[in-house]
Design a protein around this ligand. Structure first.
Ligand SMILES: [Fe+2]
Length: 322
């Protein structure tokens, strides 16, 4: 994409999502990267805490665990998750949603090759990507877009690929991600239709760091008498989503801890929510949810006691009581 084309695409995006939303995102992104470029340490994530990062790397190297941890980073776990839903139209009983989160794709040791291979063995109707395409939280995203384009080309889903931004992603990446074949939702909605039946996806911008997610806006744009699936990068607005009537909440962000104690107990997750919502399937009142442990990594391409995961959510109709 040329620089002029990039500017035109961004201007169209600002028109689409509104100048208030775009302005807040762009201003915070600029402020954040200026601080980092100026050598300030922002206590947002571990990668901005060099002492902890150094300690982690040194400990794994000294104990000889580093090569194992690197190998673990592409040892994908395939997860089948069944989602029973009231009011699911008959036509969507058995509908399969492939859920990938936190790709951080240019940080992958094989740049997504084994992920592509694994995906080619799976069957699904729709693919959703719940944010964090980029490895770092600032800087160039050219490589991210190139690798995402190559990954999306290999994803065969009749209902396509839908994504949202995470806290590692910038608004400027949206035109490139859309050109790569991902339908990006920024507090927007998408109807999935089968004949005269439909269910709806609602996709929010990041609620964790940029706080530009707007649940109310997305809710207003979707009908209420339908199954509604919310895509949010992090599990940090679960009570609000339940109050807004969401049926299913899909997210990531925590990486399940990425580096965990034996038994899978995370050390750090960067999530402001109850422990039970930080990884795997959960339920809040009648709303189902899943917090993906992610397919990628941040800080270093390593995992311990926490496999990267590829999840397929299968929607199941709960029969009506007679
Ligand atoms: Fe992430």
């Amino acid at each position: 994409m040329t620089q002029l084309h990039e500017q035109e695409s961004l201007a169209k995006l600002v028109d689409r999502i509104g100048s208030k939303h775009a302005g807040k995102r762009l201003e915070m992104q600029a402020h954040y990267s200026a601080l980092l470029m100026g050598g300030h340490h922002i206590h947002v994530h571990m990668e901005e805490l060099p002492a902890i990062a150094w300690l982690l790397k040194t400990s794994l190297k000294v104990t000889g665990l580093w090569p194992i941890a690197v190998k673990n980073s592409t040892n994908y776990r395939i997860v089948e998750h069944s989602v029973p839903l009231h009011h699911l139209p008959e036509a969507f009983d058995g509908f399969r949603i492939l859920h990938l989160s936190d790709l951080h794709i240019e940080g992958m040791i094989d740049k997504g090759q084994s992920l592509q291979h694994t995906l080619s063995t799976l069957q699904f109707d729709l693919c959703v990507l719940t944010g964090d395409f980029r490895f770092r939280t600032y800087g160039s995203y050219d490589k991210t877009l190139r690798l995402m384009e190559s990954l999306v080309k290999t994803i065969q889903a009749p209902f396509g690929v839908t994504g949202i931004l995470g806290n590692h992603d910038w608004l400027e990446m949206v035109p490139g991600l859309e050109q790569a074949g991902i339908r990006m939702l920024l507090n927007e909605t998408q109807a999935l239709e089968k004949g005269s039946d439909a269910i709806w996806l609602l996709g929010l911008d990041d609620v964790h760091y940029y706080e530009t997610g707007d649940l109310d806006k997305a809710v207003e744009a979707a009908p209420t008498d339908t199954v509604r699936i919310l895509l949010v990068h992090s599990p940090e607005i679960i009570p609000e989503a339940f109050s807004a009537g969401m049926d299913l909440y899909l997210c990531g962000h925590s990486h399940g801890g990425q580096i965990c104690l034996p038994g899978g107990q995370p050390i750090i997750t960067h999530c402001r929510c109850a422990r039970s919502y930080k990884a795997g399937p959960w339920q809040h009142e009648s709303m189902r949810g899943y917090t993906s442990r992610g397919v990628g990594t941040s800080l270093f391409p390593i995992r311990m006691n926490c496999q990267p995961e590829i999840i397929t959510h299968t929607l199941r109709k709960i029969p009506e009581q007679k």
